[in-house]
Design a binder for this molecule. Sequence first.
Ligand code: APR
Length: 316
Amino acid sequence: MRNKITVIGAGNVGANCAVWAAKKELGDVVLLDIEHPTLGSGVPKGKALDLLQTGPVEGFDVNVTGTTDYADTANSDVIIITAGFPRKPGMSRDDLLLANYNVVKAATEKAIAVSPNAIIIVVTNPLDAMAQVALMVSKFPKNRVIGMAGVLDSARFRTFIAQELDVSVDNVTAVVLGGHGDTMVPVVRLSSVAGIPLTELISEERLAAIVDRTRNGGAEVVKLQGTSAYYAPAASAVEMAESILRDRKKVLPCAAYLEGEYGINGLFVGVPCKIGSTGIEQIFEIKLTEAETAALHKSSGAVQELVDVIKAKMAE
Ligand code: APR
């Protein structure tokens, strides 16, 4: 039997998740959105049909369906939550907090009711806080709720390093820790080009500029196109889904629920994780310098503030 992947939210990120998942033949794809005031369930259905008709051209052989009914998502192996409101120019990810809290809460409740064994990948921003909502609402074991952030952040970091040195992005590995926000922590010391430390190749000044550009990588795209990024976020979420569904056991930076690792307790924060068929199979705890630890704790502090707002809301 084929795997089943549900993508909740058939907007820019969700539709592109469906494209990558179908192209990689990860399994049958269900694209779900809310009823449109005039088109009803037409939007996810239309996008799914359009994508399905790409199969003969691109040579993929999976089913793609669109729906507004959670019954159609039953028994999904992986659920990717992209539903919510995207960031508009001048808006921080945190501004989205309460609006997207309601969306992610509802989506999680409805999705897990029919797919109790799924692994959830959260993409909706503010990412770390929304992953925490999905965990609290689903009451799933922590290995089955993962936030997509680090794969995207490190892809941005890798892109800028490759551009700087005019080398293949394939050769660049980068470690990014922390929350998916302006306080994220690209760890220069642990990033390399074909094993050569970055510090050997790029001046301190240029590295600082690249780190800064990475931290603001999302905002740069928003400023240019008027809405948040979607190609790279979607590809990143699907890389995680692939590692789960094919049990690749890739080591990817993901937002994971920490219980003491890195001195952080009860919070989703980006850390290197082994991702396999059971979700997060291992969290790698690397020894950090004092400055890196301070930066990570500053970043987790920013996540904690958002989670506190949500917890207060949940207690109402
Ligand atoms: N249930 C299902 N879908 C919903 C719900 C809901 N309760 N509320 C909104 N949606 C749908 C919208 O109808 C829309 O089709 O979510 C989709 C969001 O799509 P876009 O507006 O195109 O936003 P997108 O760019 O895809 O970003 C979605 O991902 O990267 C993050 O910051 C981004 O939080 C944002 C999310």
